[in-house]
Design a protein around this ligand. Structure first.
Ligand code: AMP
Length: 182
């Protein structure tokens, strides 16, 4: 658990934009958190705190905000960084998986040599909503024989059930703050 004061400060550092990108959605903009030195550092430190003493081989970040947070986390725990990208962006041999979006399907990819059999991987993104994106990333990592040690997100939207979905896949989930609704 993170302290109430930290949770309050972190929530204050996130900018909420109603009706973006479409009516009814409140966009949780983390650029204000990233621009706040204290909030950014604390968020990175707290995200992986439960696994601080564990061996972590790789941190996998989901495009695009997961790259910023995941890169900082990888540095913090002295692990390698693995980008999980939208289809068609990675130049070398790839593995890919279809994942569900609110409307329809998309594909994400990872280099096939980015993780190895038995690697201990922590997955990072800024926010978990329905969990469709993170579920796809978990399957991609597991497909290569690596273990997903944990999935870490700064923000949880619990009403959308994503964290629960990952826990059902036996993935320990760490989130720092949550917002009601979409
Ligand atoms: P999901 O697959 O539904 O869990 O959606 C997670 C992905 O969509 C993450 O990469 C988030 O950055 C983005 N996302 C979903 N909902 C929001 C929101 N309300 N505000 C900001 N980003 C969001």
């Amino acid at each position: 658990m993170v302290s109430n004061q930290f949770e309050h400060d972190l929530k204050e550092s996130v900018r909420s934009i109603p009706d973006y990108p479409k009516p009814g959605i409140i966009f949780r903009d983390i650029t204000t958190l990233l621009g706040n030195p204290r909030a950014f550092r604390r968020a990175v430190d707290e995200l992986v705190q439960p696994w601080a003493g564990s061996k972590i081989d790789k941190v996998a970040g989901i495009e695009a905000r997961g790259f910023i947070i995941g890169g900082a986390v990888a540095h913090q725990v002295s692990a390698g960084f693995v980008p999980i990208r939208k289809k068609g962006k990675l130049p070398h041999k790839r593995v890919s998986i279809a994942y569900s979006l609110e409307y329809g399907l998309d594909e994400m990819e990872m280099h096939e040599d980015a993780v190895s059999n038995g690697d201990r991987v922590v997955l990072v993104d800024d926010l978990i909503a329905t969990g469709g994106t993170a579920e796809g990333a978990v399957k991609l990592i597991r497909q290569m024989g690596a273990q997903v040690l944990a999935a870490c997100f700064i923000i949880d939207l619990p009403d959308l059930g994503g964290a629960e979905k990952l826990r059902k896949l036996d993935v320990p989930v760490r989130t720092l703050i949550s917002f009601e609704g979409h």
